[in-house]
Design a protein around this ligand. Structure first.
Ligand code: PLP
Length: 273
């Protein structure tokens, strides 16, 4: 059957992010996640990294205009149901992306405020963090900081679980509809995430908590990329955000478990999608 004769709809997700040449994180993880969740994945690259499981040896950013050109080119033909934003690296790219999201009136945006890799490499320029807050948080359905990212954004420590809800609510001041604060960096038996909403939803809830058992493995490279992509896939399918987060959490837990015993590379290995 020709494509034209197939009237089934396909849920389209665009990742605007950076290549991880090692394949575990970045746009490679995003595209694997979209496929695994039954969506059609597209990508607009912001930068390239020369990277393996041990280190990031180089970052090469693309001109902001060229990032914008990729976004326009795919959306004008293929259309898009949700966007995931990952590592954008610098202020110029962030401003260009914000401009294109506004121009296309994109309503479902999941933003992972990527700052530092698990290997310790810095993945964003210092002045770009302000630009994320100023230009992209207000356009986002949700932002998905981990604890170190939340601490950088708020300029204060988040030391235990009792401070998580307060921190998630504080981050709402930057204008995203919701904030998903990921508590995985606490070395506890359960990994706990907190979703804070600007307004109570139809169920009357302002906060949701998500819990999953911790899986002992060092293969967690790309978990942040994968979680935010899985949430975007859920949104593309029309799921309400709290439900999309729940499904994404199930997906990532399965992918960490499935990859937990592999030996790929000398450092923190990838998940298995
Ligand atoms: N490389 C790229 C291109 C990324 O986008 C990210 C995270 O978003 C990373 C590396 C870091 O991944 P991790 O901290 O899981 O090792």
């Amino acid at each position: 059957m020709h494509a034209e004769e197939n009237s089934q709809s396909y849920h389209r997700v665009l990742t605007i992010a950076t290549s991880d040449s090692g394949g575990g994180a970045g746009i490679q993880a995003d595209l694997k996640t979209f496929s695994a969740m039954g969506c059609y994945g597209m990508s607009a690259l912001a930068a390239l990294t020369a990277q393996n499981t041990l280190e990031v040896r180089g970052i090469h950013s693309l001109p902001p205009d060229y990032v914008a050109l990729q976004i326009d080119t795919v959306i004008e033909d293929l259309g898009v149901d949700a966007v995931k934003i990952g590592m954008l690296f610098n202020r110029g790219i962030i401003k260009a992306v914000a401009g294109r999201l506004e121009a296309h009136g994109i309503g479902r945006v999941v933003l992972d405020p990527v700052m530092v890799a698990q290997s310790g490499a810095k993945l964003i320029e210092d002045d770009a963090i302000e630009a994320l807050k100023q230009f992209l948080f207000p356009l986002s359905t949700t932002i998905t900081p981990n604890l170190p990212e939340a601490e950088t954004l708020l300029g204060m420590p988040v030391e235990d679980r009792s401070q998580m809800e307060e921190a998630a609510r504080s981050l709402l001041k930057y204008g995203s509809d919701t904030v998903l604060l990921k508590g995985g960096h606490f070395e506890e038996e359960q990994s706990l995430d907190c979703l804070a909403l600007q307004e109570p939803d139809e169920a009357g809830q302002e906060v949701y908590w998500y819990e999953a058992g911790r899986i002992p493995t060092r293969n967690t490279h790309g978990t942040g990329c994968t979680l935010s992509s899985a949430i975007a896939a859920g949104l593309a399918k029309g799921e309400p955000l709290p439900e999309a987060v729940g499904h994404a959490k199930e997906y990532i837990t399965g992918a960490i478990r499935a990859g937990s015993r592999y030996r790929i590379g000398g450092g923190g290995g990838p998940l298995h999608h």
